[in-house]
Design a protein around this ligand. Structure first.
Ligand SMILES: Cc1ncc(COP(=O)(O)O)c(C=O)c1O
Length: 402
C-alpha cells in the first residue's frame, strides 16, 4: 500500500493501527490455487490463528476457502463468519476430549494428533470419521520455535506408531478419512515439503477409506529486501504430479488440502505506529513508539524481522536507529536499522504485520489492543475498534477490600 494512503489512515483512525490489504490476500490465495491447478480436487483451509478477524474470515469465505482451526472459539468465529461446518477442519494440540466432542457435534472435521484421544474418540464415536496428524520426524522451519515435525516435537502421532493407529482403528471400528502433517513455518526449501509428502503418501496408502490428504503449511514469505518466498509455483508443479500419481495408485481422486496462514496474510498487513520520543544515548539512537510487544510480539518472542520504514518522512537522511516499544521491559522491534530520519510525531510502518501480529496481541501494561482496518476494493473499512477502558474492566469483579 502507498505511504500516503497509510499516513492518511493513521490520521483517520488513530495510532497504533493495523491495516490489511485485501488485494494482496486475494493475490496470494490465487497464487496457490494456480500453482496446484493440475490437482482435480484442491482445498485451501486458511489457518485462522494467523489473523482471526471475522472480516478477514469472510474474505476467505468469498474466495471459497475453508478454514483450519485450533480451538472451539476459532471454530465458532468461523461459523459466525458463515463457513459451513464441512468447510472447517479442527487441528488442535493437547486439548481435552470434551472440547473435541463439542466441535465434532457441530459437524466439523476432526483431526487428532495423539493416540490417547484417538482411542477414546473412536470408542465413543466410531461413526464419525477422523483425520490423523502424523509427525514425520522431519526438521523444518525458520527457527526451532516454529519447527514442529521433528522427533522431539509435541505435535502429531509418530510415523513409527502406525501399527498402533491401525490397532486402534480395528478395535474401535472407527474410520480414518484423512491424513495430515504440518512440519513447521517459514520453510523455504521445497525439497523439505516434497520429502514430508513422500513420507505421508507412503503412510496414506495403508488407510483404505481416505478422502483427503492435508499437507499443512509452512510456506515462507519475504521479510527483508532480497528475501524470497517458497517457490509455490515449482512446488505446485512437482507436488501435484506426485499427488496425482498417488491418487491413481490409490484408485480414488482424493482432495489435496493445505492450511496456509502466513503466506496468505503476512505481507498484506502493515502496522502503523507514532514516534513518541527520539532519544540519543551514548551507544545508539532510540525511536520510542506508541506501541510495544503487547501489540506485536514476534520480534521479542522469536526474533522475527519486520522491515520498518518512516512513511511520514520517506526521503529524509538515513540514520541508524533502534526502534523500541513503550513496555517496561526490553521491548525491541528492531536494532540498528537504517531508516529515513525519524522525528517525534512521525509515522513508522512495520511490514509483514498481517500474520501472528494482532492475533497474538495482549493487554500487557493495561494497554488497549489497537484498531484494525481492511482496505477492500479501494475503500477502507474499520474492522475492529480500538479497545476502551471499559474493555479492560469488563470481566473484572471488583470486591470490597476492607
Ligand atoms: C497445524 C498448523 N497448520 C497451519 C499452520 C499455519 O502455518 P503458516 O502460518 O506457516 O502457514 C500452523 C502454524 O502454526 C499450524 O500449526
Amino acid at each position: 500500500m502507498e505511504n500516503q494512503l497509510l499516513v492518511s489512515l493513521s490520521e483517520k483512525y488513530g495510532s497504533p493501527l493495523y491495516v490489511y490489504d485485501a488485494e494482496k490476500i486475494i493475490s496470494q490465495y490465487n497464487r496457490i490455487t494456480s500453482a496446484f491447478a493440475n490437482v482435480k480436487s484442491l482445498k485451501l483451509n486458511y489457518a485462522v490463528k494467523a489473523n482471526s478477524n471475522i472480516s478477514i474470515l469472510k474474505l476467505f469465505k468469498k474466495l471459497n476457502s475453508g478454514i483450519d482451526t485450533v480451538s472451539i472459539q476459532e471454530v465458532k468465529l468461523g461459523l459466525e463468519a458463515g463457513f459451513a461446518p464441512e468447510d472447517i477442519i479442527f487441528t488442535p494440540n493437547g486439548v481435552s476430549l470434551e472440547e473435541i466432542e463439542e466441535v465434532a457435534k457441530l459437524g466439523v472435521q476432526i483431526n487428532i494428533d495423539n493416540i490417547s484421544i484417538l482411542e477414546q474418540f473412536g470408542y465413543h464415536y466410531p461413526n464419525i470419521p477422523v483425520c490423523v496428524r502424523i509427525n514425520p520426524h522431519i526438521m523444518a522451519g525458520g527457527n526451532h520455535k516454529i519447527s514442529v515435525g521433528h522427533i522431539d516435537s509435541k505435535f502429531g502421532i509418530s510415523i513409527h506408531q502406525l501399527p498402533l493407529i491401525n490397532r486402534v482403528v480395528d478395535n474401535t471400528g472407527m474410520t480414518i478419512n484423512g491424513i495430515h502433517t504440518h512440519t513447521g513455518s517459514d520453510i523455504l526449501d521445497i525439497d523439505v515439503f516434497l520429502a514430508a509428502t513422500e513420507i505421508i503418501l507412503n503412510t496414506a496408502k495403508d488407510f483404505k477409506d481416505l478422502e483427503f490428504i492435508d499437507l499443512g503449511s509452512g510456506f515462507k514469505v519475504p521479510y527483508k529486501e532480497g528475501d524470497i518466498s517458497t517457490n509455490i509455483e515449482e512446488l505446485g508443479e512437482r507436488l501435484s504430479k506426485r499427488f496425482n500419481k498417488f491418487c491413481k495408485e490409490y484408485g480414488k481422486e482424493l482432495t489435496l488440502m493445505f492450511e496456509p496462514g502466513k503466506f496468505l496474510v503476512s505481507e498484506a498487513g502493515s502496522f502503523l505506529v507514532n514516534v513518541n520520543v527520539v532519544k540519543q544515548t551514548t551507544s545508539t539512537v532510540f525511536a520510542s513508539v506508541d506501541s510495544g510487544f503487547n501489540h506485536l510480539i514476534r520480534p521479542m518472542m522469536y526474533d522475527s524481522y519486520h522491515h520498518i520504514h518512516n512513511i511520514s518522512n520517506p526521503n529524509g537522511r538515513e540514520r541508524y536507529y533502534s526502534v523500541v516499544g513503550y513496555i517496561c521491559e526490553t521491548d525491541t522491534f528492531g536494532s540498528n536499522r537504517r531508516i529515513s530520519e525519524i522525528r517525534e510525531g512521525d509515522v513508522l510502518c512495520f511490514n509483514n504485520a498481517g500474520a501472528y501480529c494482532f492475533s497474538m496481541s495482549s493487554n500487557y501494561n493495561s494497554r488497549f489492543k489497537p484498531a484494525e482496518v481492511l482496505v477492500y476494493n479501494g475503500k477502507d473499512y474499520l474492522i475492529r475498534k480500538e479497545e476502551t477502558f471499559e474493555d479492560l474492566l469488563k470481566n473484572q469483579i471488583i470486591i470490597d477490600i476492607e
